[in-house]
Each structure stands twice: as structure tokens, then as C-alpha cells.
Design a binder for this molecule. Structure first.
Ligand code: SF4
Ligand code: SF4
Length: 385
């Protein structure tokens, strides 16, 4: 993908019918699912509209500009348009709507036309500190008891480490209880997933090479990701960035791994947790990676916990507002979208909204409101103690 040019996508770009199917979810509910389209109520802000921007660029009708960036950087890469559009995939080798959006963003960055100071800061941070959110502290590494020198490697990710540091401690507590020894990389760098979405492509080869070399140095056979963005990016994009497959590594999101332990009878969920919980599907784990059930299955196993569904769920789940780098590019719009998602959660009567992604949790917690925002692992760890 990093070598792809707009000219290579001429067939995909010519196919969009402006049918607007990509702005809504599955029939018959037809929930609005594209946050920028929902906010702006204008086709240009939808997946199809952004494909038309790319097509107009290719035809030389318009040029890269900050005004264009203002539209393209509102996409949260939630993947709804990719899933709904049945027209672009008829042209193999297929590039999706979000692939096209990322490619145009990368060109906006390369041409200095984003008009977004936050992007320059992020780019510098990735090069100097190898993190999206500042130099890593070691807060998330305190009091770990199951960390050892053998077993699967836990990949925390910079958002977990800096924004949700208790998640690693909760996972550590769960693994200690299940008698699982795990390893951590001594110098884990940002996976690059958000940089990829934001079009900050220059730093990606070095981030990917560093992380894969560090895993190989540990002799890793299995890698457990605490963040679904890291998981999916390693799995789907690292091979093309590094030009080699990662077949020797078994890559899993933590929800899948804990599900395996549960099936082996190794989760000791003794404590009752009398909470009414609704589960927010992270776009990157649910709609995009197809994992809807592992987190729900874990929550269902907690005694006393009542799991209730939001109207927009699973394939029709609404984004938390932070994906695609929108949390950095347009923080107010990101918070607005998160507040809409919290309204969905409040409507269920739940007291807690749980997710399985540090970016979603940061976004939902940052939008305020009375609901407790929790990671699924926090509830599992609590049920064990
Ligand atoms: S990925 Fe989501 S936010 Fe972006 S254009 Fe598609 S539906 Fe809209
Ligand atoms: S991207 Fe696909 S679904 Fe969206 S308007 Fe174009 S053809 Fe229709």
C-alpha cells in the first residue's frame, strides 16, 4: 500500500455510483453510521464523497489543499463504507474506500497541505519518542507478577501504556490467576496503526522493523495484543510494509486469548459483579476484524453481570469518534461523536460501558457523562479477586 499511487486506483475511483449506501448501516434499521456524514449532512463528507475527491484529483479537476484535508481528516476509518459498498470490490485487485482515503491523506502530508498542526507534532513524536502520546512512563509496568522470561509476548501498545495503564495490570492479574507466564518487550514502540490512518507513512517501516526484530529477539511464537488497532495492523499491514510474512507468529487480541483460557476452565471468576453492562464494539475489532463475540462471551461468564445491547451493535455499531486519528486532528468533533455513542449506551439503562480498545475507552471517558467506562479485562480481573 505504501507504494500505491492514485493512478493505480483509477478503476476503483471510476466505479463509485454516488449511491450513498455507505452512509448508513444494514437494512432494515438503516442507522446512520458515518460520523462525518452524520455531522455535515453532505455527500462529500461520506466514504463515497471522499472517493469522488480522489477521482477529481486524478482527473486534475482539483488540487491538494487544507480545505480538502478538513474533509478527509474527519473520517474515523470506522470501516462501515468498506463493508457496505458492493461496487468498488468488483474491480480486483481491490482497494477499499478507506485505503483510498488513507492514500489521499498520505499525499496531503507529503505535499504539506493538511493545515493541521497536530499532525506535524504527532509525526515528530513518532520519530523522537516512538509513541503517539509522549514518552512512555513505566507506570503501567508497576506491580506485575506474572511477567517472566517465557510464554506469549504481551504487546501493550502506546495508548494502553499511557492512557489506560491499569489494563496491563488487570491482564497481569488474570494471567497470574490462570498460571500463565508472559513476556514484555523491553523497548516496545508504537505499532504505527494511527500513523497509517493519518497518512504519516514515513516512520512506518522503522516502527514495524523495530517491533518485529524485538519480538524475534525474544523468541516470540505468540503475541497477545491489548489494543485491537495494534493487532490488526500487525496482522494485515506489517507484512506489506516489511515485505515478508509473519506466519511464524501467532497473533491474537487479548479477548480471544482469554476466551481460550475460559474454555480450558482456567479463569476463576468467583466474585459476583452486580453491574448492568453494555458492550461497545471497537470498529477495529468488530466490524473490521470480525470479532464480536469473544468480549461478549467473557462478560457473560461473570456472575451477577447483566449484559445489555445498544441498538447500534456489532456490524451496525457506531464509532467512538476517535479512530482514523480524528482524536488528534479534530478533538471537538471526536468528542461530539463519542457523546452520541454514550447516548446509545445510556439508552440501554446500563451503568457501565465496556470496550476492548484503549482508544475507544479514552475517547468515551473523555466525552464525560455519568457512565463508568471500563475495559472488559478490568471486569474480568475484578471478578477473579
Ligand atoms: S470509514 Fe466510516 S467515517 Fe470514514 S467515510 Fe467510511 S463510514 Fe464514514
Ligand atoms: S463508495 Fe460505494 S456505497 Fe458509497 S456511494 Fe460510492 S458506490 Fe455507493
Amino acid at each position: 500500500m505504501l507504494d500505491t499511487k492514485l493512478e493505480d486506483l483509477s478503476r476503483e475511483l471510476a466505479l463509485c455510483l454516488k449511491c450513498k449506501m455507505c452512509t448508513y448501516g444494514d437494512w432494515p434499521e438503516n442507522y446512520p453510521l458515518c460520523p462525518p456524514y452524520f455531522k455535515n449532512e453532505f455527500f462529500t463528507y461520506s466514504g463515497g464523497g471522499m472517493v469522488y475527491i480522489a477521482r477529481s484529483l486524478l482527473m486534475g479537476l482539483i488540487d491538494y489543499s487544507p480545505a480538502m484535508a478538513e474533509i478527509l481528516y474527519q473520517c474515523t476509518t470506522c470501516g462501515n463504507c468498506d463493508r457496505i459498498c458492493e461496487v468498488l470490490p468488483v474491480s480486483p485487485p481491490h482497494k477499499s474506500v478507506t485505503d483510498i482515503i488513507r492514500l489521499v491523506r498520505s499525499q496531503l502530508v507529503a505535499k504539506g497541505q493538511t493545515g493541521l498542526p497536530a499532525l506535524a507534532e504527532l509525526g515528530a513524536r513518532l520519530v523522537e519518542e516512538h509513541s503517539l502520546v509522549g514518552k512512555r512512563s513505566s507506570e503501567h509496568l508497576a506491580d506485575l507478577t506474572a511477567r517472566g522470561t517465557r510464554g506469549p509476548v504481551l504487546f501493550a501498545g502506546c495508548l494502553t501504556a499511557q492512557k489506560r495503564p491499569t489494563v496491563l495490570r488487570d491482564v497481569d492479574r488474570i494471567l497470574a490467576s490462570a498460571d500463565v507466564e508472559y513476556q514484555l518487550m523491553s523497548d516496545e514502540w508504537c505499532c504505527g496503526a494511527q500513523a497509517y490512518d493519518l497518512g504519516l507513512w514515513e516512520s512506518l517501516p522503522s516502527l514495524a522493523a523495530h517491533n518485529v526484530d524485538a519480538l524475534r529477539a525474544l523468541g516470540a511464537e505468540q503475541v497477545i495484543f491489548l489494543c485491537p488497532h495494534c493487532y490488526r495492523f500487525f496482522d494485515k499491514v506489517y507484512p506489506s510494509i516489511l515485505n515478508k510474512d509473519l506466519n511464524e507468529l501467532r497473533l491474537m487480541h487479548v479477548g480471544e486469548f482469554l476466551g481460550e483460557l475460559a474454555r480450558e476452565g482456567r479463569l476463576n471468576l468467583r466474585r459476583e459483579v452486580p453491574l448492568k453492562v453494555t458492550y461497545h464494539d471497537p470498529c477495529s475489532l468488530g466490524r473490521i476484524a470480525g470479532q464480536f463475540e469473544p468480549s461478549r462471551d467473557l462478560l457473560r461468564q461473570i456472575r451477577g453481570l447483566e449484559l445489555v445491547e445498544m441498538a447500534r451493535n456489532k456490524m451496525n455499531s457506531y464509532c467512538c469518534g476517535a479512530g482514523g486519528g480524528v482524536k488528534w486532528a479534530f478533538p471537538d468533533f471526536s468528542r461530539e461523536t463519542a457523546a452520541q455513542r454514550l447516548d446509545d449506551a445510556v439508552a440501554t439503562g446500563a451503568d457501565t460501558v465496556a470496550s476492548a480498545c484503549p482508544l475507544c475507552e479514552w475517547s468515551l471517558a473523555d466525552a464525560g457523562g455519568a457512565l463508568k467506562v471500563a475495559n472488559v479485562t478490568e471486569l474480568i480481573a475484578y471478578a477473579i479477586d
